[in-house]
Write a protein that binds this ligand. Structure first.
Ligand code: PLP
Length: 362
């Protein structure tokens, strides 16, 4: 049997490096509560990503929930049907109603031209995802938000190190949230962060994620446990210095995929704007029909290769939503899109084999 190739493979730093940090944690005796490792990772990430305020969180989902709480959102939140379930489940979890706006076929992000039609007097915010690290139409979204007095949150789970004209994509909107899950480009096993550009908001975010504490015996207000352990932070500290090579290696694989699939007109590939510095987080291919996708996926699975239908299904179809709307573009894309294997150390031979199986089974 051929070796198994998954849609993603976690980048593992040197075990010795991690063990060194674990020994330091052992010596300190402090395993959590924003100790030395979490504080250092927080500061290193702030300068690496060039953002003003960054608060580490347990994961990218709690980061979204804290963002919604921090902005005191109520009523309806305009969002995208084409994202991971955590974007929409967080809205529902926080007692708000997701109102879907369809995506653009060109970049799979929320269609800014369709947002205004979805605004009602109950709308409090726009929560959009930079899909596969491809930035949303951030300028146009901000104009709409300003005009209608709405907050903007970006689910930037895919967007580590992504820039627009050299500026971090994480600096747009009121808050950006990010995930450091083991499947993401930068990871700490589990983890995430909440990024904001405003001091007062950053302060609210910091106590919301730490039970609301203001010192051991006082509380600013309501809070939750959104902390990160020293072990997760230490893993992040080991991965962070390798980001340039992680991204460069992924870029090589993406360029090989591109060159091998370039003549195949039955496959649409993601296009990234000229002014965007991408992070090569995913390699999605859009097939002509769901039938074609299923055939390609089966053929790859036979060869022990496991691409992922991501994102599928379209989130407007989630069973726990009350009003089921139709989102023609998101539904069509989610039925036909397949993320191919991509990691920081993928063999070129494997990439070539994946492409040859796809081309044979179209
Ligand atoms: C991974 C992901 C999340 C959730 O992050 P976790 O750290 O797994 O909780 C949210 N949104 C998107 C778009 C994601 O890809």
């Amino acid at each position: 049997m051929a070796k198994r190739i998954n849609v993603t493979k976690t980048h593992l730093p040197s075990l010795a490096e991690y063990q060194n940090l674990v020994e330091e944690i052992w010596e300190s005796g402090q395993l959590t509560n924003y100790g030395e490792k979490a504080t250092l990772l927080q500061n290193n990430l702030k300068s690496h990503l060039d953002v003003k305020h960054l608060q580490l969180a347990t994961n990218g989902t709690i980061a979204i929930q804290i963002a919604i709480k921090a902005l005191e959102l109520k009523g309806e939140i305009i969002t995208t049907p084409f994202s991971y379930v955590a974007t929409v489940s967080s809205i529902v979890w926080e007692g708000c109603t997701p109102v879907f706006v369809d995506i653009r076929a060109s970049d799979y992000c929320i269609d800014p031209d369709k947002i205004e039609a979805a605004i009602t007097d109950r709308t409090s915010a726009i929560l959009a995802t930079h899909v596969y690290g491809n930035p949303c139409a951030v300028e146009q979204i901000q104009e709409i938000a300003t005009k209608h007095n709405l907050k903007v949150i970006y689910d930037a789970a895919h967007a580590f190190d992504v820039k627009i004209n050299g500026r971090s994509v994480l600096t747009y909107g009121d808050i950006s949230t990010i995930s450091f899950h083991a499947t993401k480009v930068f990871h700490s096993g589990e983890g995430g962060a909440i990024i904001s550009q405003n001091e007062e908001l950053a302060h609210r975010i910091s106590y919301l994620g730490n039970f609301g504490h203001n010192g051991p015996e006082d509380f600013y207000g309501l809070g939750v446990n959104g902390k990160v352990s020293e072990f997760h932070a230490a893993l992040g500290l080991c991965v962070l210095p390798h980001m340039p090579s992680i991204i460069a290696n992924r870029r090589n694989t993406v360029e090989l995929y591109d060159s091998l699939l370039i003549d195949e007109l039955r496959i649409a590939r993601m296009s990234i704007a000229e002014n965007v510095t991408h992070n090569y987080s995913y390699y999605p291919v859009l097939l002509q029909s769901e039938q074609s996708l299923l055939e390609v996926k089966d053929a790859l699975n036979e060869a022990n290769i496991f691409p992922r239908r991501y994102f599928y299904p379209s989130l407007n179809k989630l069973p726990y939503l009350r009003n089921h709307t139709t989102m023609p573009i998101a539904e069509s894309v989610s039925e036909r899109i397949l993320c191919l294997p991509l990691s920081s150390d993928q063999d070129n031979d494997d990439t070539a084999k994946i492409c040859s199986i796809i081309l044979k089974n179209l």
